[in-house]
Design a protein. Sequence first.
Lengths: 423, 101
Amino acid sequence: MLNAQDNELMCRVGPGTPMGEVLRRFWQPVLISEDLPHPDCDPKEVRLLGEDFVAFRDSDGEIGFLEALCPHRRAPLFYGRNEEHGLRCIYHGWKFDAAGACVDMPSEPAQYEFSKKVRPIGFPTREWGGIIWAYIGPQDRVPELPELEYCRVPAEYRNLVKYNQECNFVQATEGDIDSSHIGFLHTRLDQKTAPASKEMLWRVNDQAPRWIIQPTDYGIMLAAQRNAEEDTYYWRINQWLMPYYTMIAMDLEQKRGHGHIWVPVDDEHTDVWCVIWSPVEPLTQAERDGILGGPNPHISSLDPSTGKLRATKSNHFLQDRHVQRTQTFTGILGVREQDTAVVEGMGAIADRTKEHLGTSDSAIIAMRRYLVNSAKAFVEGREPQEPYDGGLYRVRAWSYELSRNIDFMESDKVRELMGTMVV
Amino acid sequence: MDLNHPLPIHDFSPDTLISLVERIDSSSGFQHFIFREAELDDLWRQVERALVHAQSDADASRDVDRLRTLLECVEAAHDLVSESKKEEAMAQLQAGIRAQA
Ligand code: FES
Ligand SMILES: [Fe+2]
């Protein structure tokens, strides 16, 4: 349960709102590098935190991230011509370089040099880890990029895909730290009788894990302890990192990572980034193909032309009631479709005054409280600290079978697993 | 008393409320208050269920006012705990205990 006031404070992301201002202190992942595939390619429209922008790659490959509307008479720059180191407005030809400076104003007499007097309309950008980042916060406090493991591995080790979801970013994020849904929403009906792996068997045999929920400098660390063998526990560690990154426990060999980024488009839409990576080796083509296709896809219905899922609320996420009776818990194909059906179904912004939380929802309570506290601190004049230390993001989510004798909070092995293997 | 885990709540008896007051009293720091908030969420839904039942059942209707007061106290305590205001939160739960007597 969250009172209506705190819910508003936590969910509103537009300019001038406390949460919106906290979010603006961070670098924002806005596009996958391939969305702007080559110099002078077509520009892209980007909506971010309730504001509209246009992104383009200039003749040198530099990224420009500009206000969406031309400062002259407010024509959309998206229709502009991307030519010779700048984006030229199609209305009267004003041209802007990648930094957003007006470099040409053919419709005005040259002697007035009006172009020099126009306020630049660009924002800082970076291209790193296969991601195009933009920073739209106060220009005197540009933060550090989060040093996430998947950004630091070679491109062949990583797969990025994103889609747009029709709900607020907080409830979208909550799905990843709602640990108890894993045993239901994403399960096959035969999981109990034919567990696919030893981890699966441990999960099936111990459905009431013991939780450690630990606030950290970056957000929240969640550790689940399950009985494995007689003298061992099966540990799964997940993280939520400010303001919208989640990391899901790797496999027992720590060879495949899985994370999400939940970027608020506006109060009622979220860009969901799904990242799969390996810290040690290139992903295979079969793995990449299995993300969007195959019998158990991560996303089953992505429409690349719209960036949305074909499975939607209006077609009931293509739920197959026969499959639900005979094969899977939901009858909905695709892990993301299953989560999306649930979180979009809550309404654009979930009414958290009507929930009935219990002690098993402690992780969600912790994340909300961290967000609400950040927004309240901001209102009282205290800036968030996380954006200015990219090294905080060098953590990893892992799973491991450990002796029952170790003290989790003190163990060197745990410390080693928690840190990243990639330098 | 293990304050780093939530205590599962099964009822809203005075004993349960007293133990929650004690747990709040011993708590400090973000992590403790997360679990105290979770306990109060759990308590809230128990009281709310009883209130809904009382409102629909003629035999239980005399309990409606008492339960409504208790629910308000629990809700207030929940929000106060979430702001780490433990004295005020404990006072609300104690008011809830008195309202039931
Ligand atoms: S509106 Fe863009 S040049 Fe006139
Ligand atoms: Fe999920």
